[in-house]
Design a protein around this ligand. Structure first.
Ligand SMILES: [Zn+2]
Length: 192
């Protein structure tokens, strides 16, 4: 099977973002270093023209992301993350973005394709899921189950994390879960 056959097979010949079958084709997610099924997705003509900015972004079209964000395929997740970030003026897009969990390496890749202004603002406050400010030493609980990459366990929703440590990225804190110090996404925490 060549790459496009593999992709068509994976996507069942529909757009991996909106499920349309109209003029679907391979899209290599930038920055392209290698092209294989881990960096490419299948998209339709409509998604492509908006992604390539040939037609203006139509926010309503992208409501499809509420389905495709649950794709098990990393390149789809990365593309969904970037699109939702571009749409974050829309409250529904912000809500979805909060539910979309990417592990650290995927997040790095996802952000590598965002415009410069998405750079980390280390002077911004660290906020939890309710917008409450987190400070060094606070206790928080997880608001969703999180797979802890490399450690082989799932930190369950509701898990209490005491004595958190702030990082220079307001979107991340560090804390101990199951005795292991890990990085947690502030937006998935609730101050207790
Ligand atoms: Zn599409």
């Amino acid at each position: 099977m060549n790459l496009s056959e593999k992709l068509l097979n994976r996507s069942q010949s529909v757009c991996e973002l909106c499920a349309s079958s109209n003029e679907i084709s391979q899209y290599d997610i930038p920055p392209v270093t290698k092209v294989d099924e881990s960096t490419a997705i299948v998209i339709c003509a409509e998604c492509r023209s908006q992604i390539d900015q040939l037609t203006p972004i139509n926010a309503n079209h992208w409501r499809c992301l509420s389905e495709s964000m649950w794709s098990e395929h990393a390149p789809v997740q990365v593309m969904v993350f970037r699109l939702l970030t571009q749409l974050k003026e829309e409250s529904w897009a912000r809500d979805l973005l909060e539910q979309l969990y990417l592990d650290e390496s995927l997040m790095e890749w996802a952000k590598a394709g965002l415009p410069e202004e998405e750079e980390i603002d280390s002077s911004a406050p660290t906020l939890d899921s309710n917008g409450s400010r987190l400070t060094e030493g606070d206790s928080v609980t997880l608001i969703k189950d999180l797979d802890v990459k490399g450690a082989g366990f799932t930190a369950k929703r509701g898990t209490l994390v005491k004595n958190i440590v702030l990082t220079n990225n307001p979107k991340h804190i560090e804390g101990k879960v199951n005795g292991i110090q890990i990085v947690l996404v502030s937006a998935f925490l609730k101050k207790v």
